[in-house]
Design a protein around this ligand. Structure first.
Ligand code: AMP
Ligand code: MG
Length: 404
C-alpha cells in the first residue's frame, strides 16, 4: 500500500541520524552545524573600553561648559595602565581603547570643542555613557552555543573573537548519485535514436550541494541485473545513495528488486503524492537509500520534499523542514482527492500578501514550469478542486527570494 506524504517523511526522518563530527577551520565552518558546546574562554569585552572616539573624564566633571585639561592620549591597542583621569582633566581616547582608572564616562568628540590643550564640553554627559563594560556582552565560562547551532556569520564572529581556529561540526553526507536506464547517455555524448541525456544526475548533484552534501557521481546503470548490482554495491559505500528512474511498473524497472537483493530493507515504495508517486526509501545498515522517479520534475520534487530534509538532519540541523509560506491562490486548481499535489507556482507579493499562481503546464514531463516556479504549493490529499482566493501552503524553492 502506498504511504501517505506525512507518513513517508516521518519514516525517513525517524531513520536518519546526524553523522559523526569532524574538525574544520573557521574559514570552512560557515553554514555548518556545531557538534560541540562552546563556553566563553574569557569575558567579552575583556576590559572596560571606549565605544567612541572622544574624551574620558570623571563623574564630577560632567557639567555643560566644563573646561578640562587634556592630560593624556590612549589609542586603540594602547594601554591605560599608567594613565589616571584626575579631577579637572580629560584623557583623549579612541574607540576600543581601554578606559583609564578614575573615568566614569566617555564624551564623544562631536560633543566637545578642543584646542589641543583643553577641551570644553558642549552638553552634560551622563555617567556610564559610551563605555563598554568588561563582560557586559558575555561572561567567562558562559555557555554561548550548543550542539545543533547553525554557524552563521554572527556565530563565526563570536568564535573568532574568542580565538578559536577550528571547531567541531557534523560531517557533510557523501551522497552517491546513480542514474538508471538503457536510454541514457552522458552530456556531451552523441545522442542516438531513442536516447536522452542523463540530466537527473546533474540536477541531483546541484541539489545535493545546495543542501550541504557532497555528490559522488556513479554514472549510469543499465536496466539489467548485472549493471545495477555492481553500481548499487558501489553506491551503498557512501553515506546516502540516491537513484533515479527504474522504480515504476515497467518490466525493466528493477531498482527496488535489486536493492532488496543487495540487502536494503525497504521502508516504503509509492507515496500518495503527485508528482513522485513511485518513490521508494530503504536502509542498509543505517545507510539511507532513496529511489526517486525518473521524470526530471518528479526527481527534483521528491528530492526537495524527502531527500533535502534527510541530508539536513544528517548534517546536524535541528530544523529540517521548510516552514510553509501562506499564499492566496490566484486561480482555481482542479485536483483529484487522494494524493498530495505539488503545484509548481510563482509566488509574488501583492499589497502585503503573497499570491501563488501556477507556473504553467503541470504535466510531469514539463520541466519549463519547474524553471519558472519559485515555490511548490502543497495541496492537501483530502482536497479536490481548490478555489481562487483560498489560502495554500507553499514551500519556497529559492533561498534568496523567500519573503520570510
Ligand atoms: P522510468 O521510471 O525508468 O520509466 O523513467 C521515467 C522517465 O524518466 C522516462 O521518460 C525516462 O526516460 C526519464 N529518465 C530516466 N532517467 C533519467 C535521467 N537520468 N535523466 C533524465 N530523464 C530520465
Ligand atoms: Mg527506465
Amino acid at each position: 500500500m502506498a504511504e501517505t506524504f506525512e507518513g513517508a517523511r516521518t519514516l525517513i526522518l525517524d531513520n536518519v541520524a546526524p553523522l559523526p563530527a569532524e574538525s574544520v577551520t573557521l574559514l570552512d565552518a560557515g553554514g555548518r552545524v556545531l557538534a560541540e558546546q562552546i563556553h566563553a574562554p574569557y569575558e567579552m569585552p575583556r576590559w572596560d573600553n571606549s565605544a567612541m572616539d572622544g574624551f574620558a573624564l570623571r563623574e564630577e566633571d560632567c557639567r555643560a561648559a566644563a573646561q578640562l585639561t587634556i592630560s593624556g592620549y590612549i589609542p586603540a591597542g594602547g594601554s591605560a595602565e599608567n594613565i589616571q583621569v584626575t579631577p579637572g582633566c580629560a584623557v583623549k581616547i579612541m574607540t576600543g581603547a581601554p578606559t583609564p582608572a578614575g573615568c566614569q564616562v566617555v564624551v564623544p568628540i562631536e560633543e566637545t570643542e578642543e584646542d589641543g590643550k583643553t577641551v570644553v564640553l558642549k552638553g552634560t554627559p551622563q555617567v556610564g555613557d559610551h563605555i563598554r563594560f568588561r563582560g557586559e556582552d558575555i561572561r567567562q565560562g558562559e555557555l554561548v552555543m550548543t550542539v545543533g547551532s547553525v554557524l552563521r556569520p554572527a556565530e563565526i564572529s563570536l568564535l573568532a573573537s574568542f580565538g578559536f581556529t577550528t571547531v567541531r561540526v557534523f560531517q557533510r553526507p557523501k551522497v552517491a548519485i546513480l542514474s538508471t536506464g538503457d536510454e541514457l547517455v552522458e552530456p556531451g555524448e552523441a545522442i542516438g535514436p531513442g536516447q536522452i541525456v542523463n540530466s537527473n544526475a546533474y540536477s541531483l548533484a546541484a541539489a545535493v550541494k545546495e543542501a550541504g552534501g557532497e555528490p559522488l557521481m556513479l554514472g549510469i546503470a543499465r536496466d539489467n541485473r548485472e549493471s545495477l548490482q555492481g553500481k548499487l554495491m558501489e553506491g551503498l559505500q557512501a553515506d546516502v545513495l540516491l537513484t533515479s528512474a527504474g522504480v515504476s511498473m515497467g518490466d525493466r524497472d528493477l531498482v527496488c528488486e535489486m536493492l532488496q537483493e543487495a540487502g536494503v530493507e525497504q521502508l516504503f515504495w509509492k507515496v500518495d503524492i503527485k508528482p513522485g508517486r513511485p518513490t521508494a526509501f530503504g536502509l542498509k545498515a543505517g545507510t539511507p537509500v532513496f529511489s526517486l522517479p525518473g521524470n526530471p520534475v518528479s526527481t527534483l520534487v521528491t528530492f526537495e520534499e524527502f531527500v533535502r530534509p534527510a541530508l539536513l538532519k544528517m548534517q546536524g540541523y535541528q530544523k529540517v523542514l521548510k516552514p510553509f509560506a501562506k499564499a492566496t491562490l490566484s486561480k482555481a486548481v482542479n485536483k483529484k482527492p487522494g494524493r498530495v499535489q505539488f503545484l509548481r507556482v510563482l509566488v509574488a507579493e501583492d499589497g502585503g500578501r503573497l499570491v501563488a499562481t501556477s507556473s504553467g503546464d503541470q504535466n510531469t514531463g514539463i520541466l519549463r514550469t519547474m524553471l519558472r516556479a519559485n515555490g511548490l504549493a502543497v495541496l492537501p490529499a483530502d482536497r479536490g478542486r481548490i478555489e481562487a482566493g483560498e489560502e495554500v501552503n507553499v514551500h519556497l524553492l529559492r533561498a534568496h527570494d523567500s519573503f520570510l
